[in-house]
Design a protein around this ligand. Sequence first.
Ligand code: SAM
Length: 272
Amino acid sequence: MKPEPEAIKLKNGMIHQARKRFGQNFLLDTNIIQKIVDCIAPSSKDHLVEIGPGQGALTKPLAQSGARLDCIEIDRDLAEFLKKQFVEQASVNVFQHDILKFDLNNLAPKKKSLRVIGNLPYNISTPVIFHLLKNHHLIYDMIFMLQLEVVQRLIASPGNKAYGRLRLMVQYFCDIEHVFNIPSSAFIPKPNVVSAIVRLKPHDSFPITAKNPEFLETVIRTAFNQRRKTIRNSLRNIIPEAKLQSLPIDISLRPEKLSLADYVLLSDQISK
Ligand code: SAM
């Protein structure tokens, strides 16, 4: 029987049906795979973590670098397949696990050592980034393939429609670089969207520091929950109006007009 278009024949002859619920779009284009690996430039001294290795398009070239490579894959069939593929390579470990429930500390990483890589499942890419940022101090850098639309949100400037919580919180913790775009033809099954590679590098020293980053999150979330309201109206329940008035910020503006420095100033009013 002819396999369905979305069925993929793995190297062990197993037919794998791409699972939509796990956001499975597998990279097929060898030139693009090489371009991504060149961008990661793995070395034997690296401690790599690959999220969603799938059938190993990136895993294999990354493993060839000799780096320690810990892979976290939710799909049981693919995790089993990969365990067999790398059984003789002691530097490669495959964990069958949900990344959103996986604690990076389990990998016993040194401070700022992890290089996290992944063609992320598009349905959970934002929660994955927020989950990893909880352990930003363990991470050297993160190189992800995301929907271009998410990368545009990551690099958006104040005043832009795409500017919001994702941009501000990631900007607080990381330098952000949009590296290059990838057409949908590089994947099987083909997604409906263009993808892009982004590099997030946690700051060595933070350019702006909030007294309490959790308050910063709260202020940003509260402000953008009501995008069309002014800062005065959206934040008056968490910051007294008198304090709002005393800041060098125009509180008659909408949340998308304020910079990260403005939000840090606002959140520092709560922690006082
Ligand atoms: N890296 C492969 C490639 O580039 O061809 C596969 C990428 S595919 C877009 C996303 C992968 O993430 C799939 O293998 C999927 O099973 C896995 N995945 C989805 N949700 C996950 C989760 N919560 N935790 C870990 N892996 C997940």
